[in-house]
Write a protein that binds this ligand. Structure first.
Ligand SMILES: Nc1ncnc2c1ncn2[C@@H]1O[C@H](COP(=O)(O)OP(=O)(O)O)[C@@H](O)[C@H]1O
Ligand SMILES: [Mg+2]
Length: 735
């Protein structure tokens, strides 16, 4: 394992993009009233996506457009999933996509048209390979002559030259030698200078990357981890020499080298990316659970495997082989992806090393000769083709299926035969196939080695008691729309760590027998636990003493009461999401006691009286607070002095309060760490606390769909912050 000091440094450094960005921004904001496509063109790894992102997130661009949308097209695109991606960017993580899935392409096109109409829009199509997509999509983009813009990024300048609205390509230039060295040195040494003795070699290495940022950052990832010694660098510079001359080949060479320098466990983790779809944003938590189930993550005494896995991910990110896409409000990476050149490399290498077989489409599936040693298989095809292919590989340890046409849902009414074939599976992901069953077949018990199981069954309500035979199971993911009842027998599944039911569905854990004292002391994540009755919730919480992330949905006021009262016993709990129905009845008597270690708290429909907010304000470790729809009740929320000592992120959405004040407007003892404030649809709000104008840590304030009055209050805060010397505060007001 890497020692701490050798951990590569991950800096968000950008080099030489300011002038390029300024040119593109100028074309977005100025220029013709007509819709115009601004193509950003250049070879793979040159920084097109990076430039497009920089421009997309520039505050002058944000303020100039009413609607901004982003979608990644990539080589194998599918029109419907593209449309869903544009219309519903969080589709994978919410249930909105269910509604969209069943809609016809034309309906989706029309929805998009409606969404864009009369709005000044900016839509980015990242990585367009051929113009076919645009011919079909184009009709959804109205030309209201209001300065709307479309950005294409592409490797080919042809894609946008002959189409309607097509504008002059913006050819992205490679970095100069000076910039190349600057990027390399910043990535390797951070803020420190490159030691004089390594300067020349650094220059030489930078030059060999031919101005390609991807090659540079990957090479820097290696240099940061090897010894900073002339001989070692000399050797590395030599190995980088490629007889081939094209930039792409140079990139490949640097990738190979970087891969060779990876420690063994990270090689497996990186190659595993080949199992996913190209350009897919991969949920980091899930990826890490897969690594653990695969046995890639070293077990360290006294350390949670998830923490070790996270170090691996951060290491790969530090080496610039994996890119973080979104981060979590609570810190850490939420989604990540790899560059398509790295993806290609992983695919080839994984196959060559018999690490993983990837099959795409019916042709590859139907002609595939299953080798006897095949251990891991990832299939990306239509569900129909996968089932039709009847692949027989009884020794398979890992089977991952990904739908190549996510727009058309494939349904299966019988899964038992699969369970009976693949008896040695340790990892099974069939989340892209909808099992049209009310109950998971008992044959699941055949999969005795299973450690990771992810399924989708929108109508699934029951899990059979036989599931407890899967005594190695660590992760159980089920995407259902129903309330799923887990059997009592799960209390015997001692290795269970993550139980995750997607959507706003709930898990009903029946536990009638109060004498049973079985605990799931390893359980780390439980989402979403549904509590109906007075006692149920209490009993369940007692049996998951070490849970760290918990989502609860209460169906009755009594249940809420009892759950809240017992919450503080969960000493490991770091993240809690608590929701309930919008049921009537006073919450005056809800006895709240949150665990002291809580770092993140999300509430909705809780109807907490404002004056009880101090219970939350006092939490010593709270970093993220999201108060959503009707989670707080009352007209006036007065902040207590010394409250929220560690709060970084605060979201207030759809609350009815009118006055938001502080006990002493002259005191600075409020929110000493606040970085982000989001105000969303707080339609009655008339007053915000003055202290907001003086919090030096504040980075962004986002206001969406609040009264005009709120907008001007926020502008005043911005002014106060400026006078106070905080020039970097970003204020974004929309709607
Ligand atoms: N100007 C730059 N400064 C620093 N890093 C960059 C720059 N441009 C690109 N990169 C890095 O290079 C890699 C490839 O960039 P990307 O934008 O994905 O390339 P493309 O989309 O052209 O294939 C990414 O890791 C990115 O962070
Ligand atoms: Mg790109």
């Amino acid at each position: 394992m890497l020692s701490k000091c050798k951990m590569p440094i991950a800096h968000e450094v950008m080099v030489g993009l300011d002038d390029e960005a300024a040119k593109v921004i100028e074309r977005l904001i100025w220029g013709p009233e007509q819709v115009e496509i601004v193509p950003i063109v250049g070879m793979a790894g040159l920084g097109k996506t990076t430039l497009a992102k920089k421009v997309y997130n520039d505050s002058s661009v944000i303020c100039n457009f009413h609607t901004r949308l982003w979608c990644t097209v990539s080589q194998e695109f599918n029109m419907k999933s593209l449309l869903i991606q544009i219309l519903c960017p969080d589709a994978k993580h919410s249930r909105v996509d269910d509604e969209f899935q069943n809609l016809d392409e034309h309906v989706l096109l029309e929805m998009l048209h409606k969404k864009l109409m009369k709005n000044r829009y900016l839509v980015v199509f990242d990585d367009v390979w051929d113009i076919g997509a645009w011919h079909e999509l184009g009709i959804a983009f109205p030309n209201d002559k209001n300065g709307s813009r479309i950005i294409f990024t592409s490797r080919s300048s042809n894609v946008a030259s002959q189409v309607q609205y097509g504008g002059e390509p913006h050819y992205l230039r490679p970095l100069s030698e000076k910039e190349s060295f600057e990027l390399l040195q910043k990535k390797v040494f951070g803020k420190e200078d490159c030691p004089q003795a390594l300067h020349g070699l650094g220059m030489e290495i930078a030059k060999k990357c031919r101005g390609l940022p991807l090659a540079l950052v990957v090479v820097a990832g290696v240099l940061a981890t090897i010894e900073h010694d002339i001989c070692v660098w000399e050797e590395f510079a030599e190995s980088l020499t490629s007889t081939m001359v094209s930039g792409t080949d140079q990139c490949k060479k640097s990738l190979e080298l970087s891969y060779e320098h990876l420690p063994y466990h990270l090689k497996a983790c990186l190659l595993y990316f080949a199992a996913f779809r190209e350009d897919e944003k991969i949920g980091a938590k899930n990826l890490m659970r897969l690594w653990i189930a695969e046995g890639f993550v070293e077990k360290v005494e006294g350390k949670r495997s998830e923490d070790t896995a996270e170090e691996y991910l951060m290491d790969l990110i530090g080496r610039n082989l994996v890119m973080a896409s979104e981060s979590r409000s609570i810190g850490g990476v939420k989604t990540c992806y790899i560059h398509d050149l790295i993806f290609e490399f992983c695919k080839t290498e994984a196959k060559a090393k018999n690490f993983l077989q990837v099959l795409r489409g019916y042709d590859e599936l139907s002609t595939f000769n299953v080798p006897p040693y095949l251990h891991r298989l990832s299939i990306c095809s239509s569900g129909e083709d996968f089932i039709k292919s009847k692949l027989f590989c009884p020794h398979l340890g890992t089977l991952l299926f990904f739908d190549a046409t996510p727009g058309d849902e494939f349904e299966l009414r019988n899964i038992s035969f699969l369970f009976c074939i693949y008896k040695h599976l340790e990892v099974l992901n069939l989340e892209d196939i909808n099992l049209r069953l009310k109950e998971l077949p008992t044959e699941v018990e055949s999969l005795l080695c299973l450690r990771y199981l992810a399924l989708k069954g929108r109508t699934m309500e029951f899990i059979p008691p036989s599931i407890a035979k899967l005594s190695h199971l660590e992760t159980f993911i089920l995407n259902s729309c129903m309330t799923v009842s887990l059997p009592d027998s799960i209390w015997n599944m001692k290795n269970l760590r993550h139980v995750y039911v997607r959507g706003d569905v709930a898990i009903g854990l029946s536990s009638n027998d109060n004498n049973v004292v079985e605990n799931l002391s390893n359980l780390d994540t439980l989402s979403t636990l549904c509590i109906y009755f007075d006692q149920g919730g209490e009993n369940i919480l007692r049996r998951i003493p070490n849970v760290r992330r918990l989502k609860i949905f209460c169906l009755a006021l009594n249940a809420l009461n009892r759950a809240c009262r017992n919450m503080s016993q969960l000493e490991c709990l770091e993240s809690l999401t608590l929701g309930s129905f919008n049921f009537s009845g006073s919450r005056e008597h809800v006895e709240l006691s949150f665990p002291m270690n809580l770092k993140k708290l999300c509430l909705s429909y809780l109807g907490l009286p404002c004056r009880k907010m101090s219970l939350i304000e006092q939490l010593p470790n709270l970093e993220v607070l999201k108060l959503r729809v009707q989670s707080m009740e009352g007209q006036k929320w007065e902040l207590m002095e010394g409250g929220f000592p560690k709060l970084r992120v605060l979201t207030l959405s759809e609350l009815d309060f009118v006055e938001w004040t502080e006990t002493d407007p002259h005191s600075d003892d409020y929110f000493p760490c606040l970085q982000q404030l989001k105000l969303l649809k707080n339609s009655n709000l008339e007053m915000v606390p003055a202290c907001l104008g003086r919090i030096s840590t504040l980075e962004t304030i986002k206001v969406r769909f609040c009264r005009d009055g709120v907008d001007s209050l926020v502008r005043k805060i911005e002014e106060a912050q400026k006078n106070y010397g905080n020039e970097n505060l970003k204020v974004i007001i929309i709607g």
